[in-house]
Write a protein of this length. Structure first.
Length: 157
């Protein structure tokens, strides 16, 4: 089986390899983009996980989910850049040792963009606890004449 790869260069994501691996999609149709254990290096002065760490994981997980959805739709590979992250509100703190899941699903395909909803959950006391969520928008770009320019996400028009 081909391994899908995501290359991270600051907030630019490059979709590579055509194969879509059969990863986890839950009963609600959400794709499990990332699952990570929170570590002591990520804490703030209050002893909880710094919000910026979670925002970074939301951005990366959204890009992974976007890549999965682009391939699932049969669209061509493309480079994606983050252009917006909306409606982030932290409902519960995240602690060291929490295993945090980042689920994604597509909210919208635009002409050059894809908006992905990312839900962040942790299991506490045997129950899934929703920590935060966000809508992240990415734009497909291509290097044209030395500048990154938006291109149709579905391929040539």
């Amino acid at each position: 089986m081909a391994v899908c790869r995501l290359t991270l260069w600051f907030n630019k994501y490059i979709v590579t390899n055509k194969a879509v691996s059969p990863m986890t999609v839950d009963k609600q149709g959400r794709y499990l983009a990332t699952k990570i254990t929170m570590m002591p290096r990520d804490t703030n002065p209050h002893g909880t996980i710094f919000g910026g760490v979670i925002l970074s994981h939301i951005d990366q997980s959204g890009a992974i989910g976007a890549r999965y959805s682009i391939r699932k739709e049969g669209f061509p590979d493309c480079a994606l850049v983050t252009v917006a992250m909306n409606r982030v509100e932290f409902h519960h703190p995240v602690y060291v040792g929490d295993v945090v899941s980042f689920y994604s699903h597509v909210e919208r395909f635009g002409r050059t963009s894809i908006t992905v909803h990312v839900t962040v959950e942790s299991e506490r006391d045997g129950e899934a606890l929703m920590l935060t969520e966000a809508d992240v928008t990415y734009v497909a770009v291509q290097l044209i004449d030395g500048e990154r320019r938006p291109v149709p996400i579905r391929g040539a028009e």
